[in-house]
Design a protein around this ligand. Structure first.
Ligand SMILES: [Zn+2]
Ligand SMILES: [Zn+2]
Length: 310
């Protein structure tokens, strides 16, 4: 079977202030060559350029909440898409008030976008399907933060069924796609070969969950159960647990606890406070609780690997 790409590129991994070579939050998710941008901190379009991404290919932008480090790059990016003559539709998903912010800025600059633009208002609830297309189904996650804040769960569409090699000679070429899609094979003489005889299950659909920004929120665990890759913010270490509580952020230990309790495949940490010169101490805190943890960093790409083979 052809390899189906499902991978995450972290474009910005800093919290609040751009500092120490880190940029505000932005991620690019590639699901079977369809591109989804998740958050859009200041400078995101520059990070996309560095990563060699053609802006026209991004069909959807998901904004978690309206703290500046998660969306101040949006107008610049939308404006550049306009200037390069984009004609492909753009969908932006975010808190309801974001629509007013976008409209006001377009009105103030007397800009009439050259591409169709659709806004989808999000509510911070867990489990609501907010988008589905041929590649992916996207659900929201209710995060616990100072503003309404939405995480996202991306689940790829299942692959087609695999044809059993030994049965290939029995399946006419023109019927193969139908059989891969689940149909039985009926011959003119009335014989039926059931789909179960002809095919094998495809690999289970992979899932990626994005949790930023949030305080420690155990009610997320059932929604995150068994995801293949979990990104969870880790703004502080346990030493600053009180500060994490006050600002409704998480420590690295808390992120790892969520990952362990939800039995995820891998955990990716990010949203590091600018007080940490290196994120290694955050990683060191998470590893004893959840060993399959890695640090995100600017421009890094992480494949979403099926949890059972991690
Ligand atoms: Zn933030
Ligand atoms: Zn925030």
């Amino acid at each position: 079977m052809a390899h189906r790409r499902f991978e995450l590129t972290t474009l910005g991994t800093g919290a609040a202030l751009p500092a120490r070579g880190r940029f505000p939050t932005a991620q690019l998710l590639n699901v079977h060559e369809a591109l989804y941008l998740i958050d859009c901190g200041e400078g995101t379009q520059e990070r996309l350029r560095v990563a060699g991404i053609n802006l026209v290919r991004i069909g959807h932008i998901f904004i978690s909440h309206l703290h500046g480090d998660h969306y101040l790059g949006l107008m610049g990016l939308m404006s550049s898409m306009h200037l390069v003559g984009r004609t492909a539709p753009l969908h932006v998903h975010g808190p309801r008030i974001l629509k007013e912010i976008i409209d006001l800025q377009l009105r103030a600059s007397v800009t009439y976008l050259r591409y169709p633009f659709t806004f989808h208002a999000l509510e911070p609830v867990s489990g609501a399907v907010v988008w589905e297309d041929a590649h992916v189904v996207v659900r929201t996650l209710a995060l616990k933060h100072r503003l309404p804040c939405t995480g996202f769960l991306f689940e790829e569409r299942p692959a087609l069924r695999h044809l059993r090699t030994e049965k290939l000679p029995l399946i006419p070429q023109f019927k193969r796609n139908a059989v891969k899609a689940g149909e039985d094979l009926r011959f003119p003489d009335g014989t039926v070969l059931t789909n179960a005889e002809l095919t094998l299950d495809p690999p289970p659909p992979r899932r990626y969950a994005y949790c930023s920004d949030t305080a420690y929120e155990p009610t997320l665990v059932p929604h995150l159960r068994g995801v293949d890759l979990l990104y969870h913010e880790a703004t502080f270490t346990e030493q600053l647990k009180k500060r994490a509580q006050e600002t409704l952020h998480s420590t690295a230990a808390q992120a790892a606890t969520i990952a362990r309790d939800a039995d995820v495949g891998r955990l990716l940490l990010g949203h590091f406070s600018s007080r940490y010169k290196s994120a290694d101490e955050l990683l060191a805190e998470a590893l004893p609780i959840f060993p399959r943890t890695a640090l995100s960093y600017e421009g890094a790409t992480f494949p979403v690997i099926e949890r059972s083979i991690v």
